[in-house]
Design a protein around this ligand. Structure first.
Ligand code: PEP
Ligand code: MN
Length: 336
């Protein structure tokens, strides 16, 4: 971090300000110009708030040169993090596909979809139990009853399961859930993130609807700062002025995130587009962009789905896509 001091301040003032920075464990390089003094702060500046420093009466300008996230930063952890869930792997050269319905709807539905996605080569089964819906009159998910159905499908197929948690107290019923999903709407629910930092399961953290990638990384940092280093980031489309699709898939965010962090990065082409016919192309683009995996909605009867049918692939469509994705992953040097 670089701090330019105001012109004309006394030596005593500048000395005591520098001493206060040093007392926070930082080394301060002082460069004295004719009119102005500029300080270079070296050390762990991740806990410094540039706005607070900028508000100091002696400070003219502050410039952050290092990213504000540390644990998620590739600089301090150059090798890729791999998340292991039984035999399923994501990151560090492994490409993992999570697939399943937006929501668990019935025992028949979840078992049929689970078997189909497993046969097609998915490594994880997804299924929402607690659903964040825009309208309070829309299907809200099956709740705790749905957990049992998802766990039954896990036992039947052997696939690890991923499901979204909306509130801290729901952790009590997530014992058998292998990966906890934090949805886009909760990406900055900091109390939830802190609590998940204390848990020992991998967290699938989805990018907020209007969040920058730095905000996504800072949300991951919340979880990691609590001690849970197993975070998977998910690009799921963001809000833009464009309205042909449900969201705008920010494909360049994938290589950008891969440069900035060692955490696995996956893409959700279903929520990113909202249109099932666009899902295969978006999924292929994600592999080519360097993603470590995908989360794709698949439904055995999309037309009658209780949630997100218009963006869901049929089991057949998913199976065809997986044949192509395997070739793409191989081209990228990833094991799928
Ligand atoms: C979902 O995965 O079902 C979901 C609600 O996603 P998002 O939080 O990205 O909207
Ligand atoms: Mn959905």
């Amino acid at each position: 971090m670089i701090v330019a001091l105001k012109q004309g301040i006394t030596q005593d003032d500048s000395d005591s300000f520098i001493a206060s920075l040093e007392s926070r464990g930082l080394t301060v390089h002082i460069s004295k110009g004719e009119n102005q003094t500029v300080l270079g702060l070296v050390g762990d500046t991740s806990s410094l708030d540039p706005e607070a420093i900028g508000a100091h009466h002696l400070v003219a300008k502050v410039l952050r040169v290092q990213e504000p996230y540390k644990r998620a930063n590739r600089l301090f952890h150059p090798t890729d993090t791999r998340i292991n869930c039984g035999s399923a792997k994501i990151g560090g050269g492994f490409f993992g596909v999570m697939a399943g319905p937006c929501s668990v709807e019935s025992p028949e539905q979840i078992v049929a979809v689970a078997k189909a996605v497993k046969a097609a080569g998915a490594a994880f089964l997804r299924g929402g139990i607690f659903k964040p819906r825009t309208s309070p009159y829309s299907f809200q998910g099956m709740g705790c009853e749905g957990i049992n159905l998802l766990v039954a499908a896990k036992k039947e197929t052997g696939l690890p399961v991923v499901s979204e948690l909306m509130e801290i107290h729901q952790l009590e019923v997530f014992d058998e859930i292998d990966i906890i999903q934090v949805g886009a709407r909760n990406m900055q629910n900091f109390n939830l993130l802190k609590e998940l930092g204390r848990c020992s399961k991998p967290i699938l953290l989805k990018r907020g609807l209007a969040s920058t990638v730095t905000e996504l990384l800072m949300a991951a940092e919340y979880i990691m700062a609590g001690g849970n280093e197993q975070v998977i980031l998910c690009e799921r489309g963001i809000r833009t002025f464009e309205s042909f699709a449900r969201n705008t898939l920010d494909i360049a965010a994938v290589p950008w995130l891969k440069q900035k962090t060692h955490l696995p990065v996956i893409v959700d082409p279903s929520h990113a587009t909202g249109i099932s016919s666009l899902v295969p192309a978006a999924a292929k683009a994600a592999v080519a962009a360097g993603a470590d995996g995908l989360i794709i909605e698949v439904h055995n009867d999309p037309e009658n789905a209780l949630c997100d049918g218009e963006q869901s692939l049929t089991p057949g469509g998913f199976s065809d896509l997986m044949v192509t994705l395997k070739k793409y992953a191989a081209l990228e040097g990833k094991t799928m």
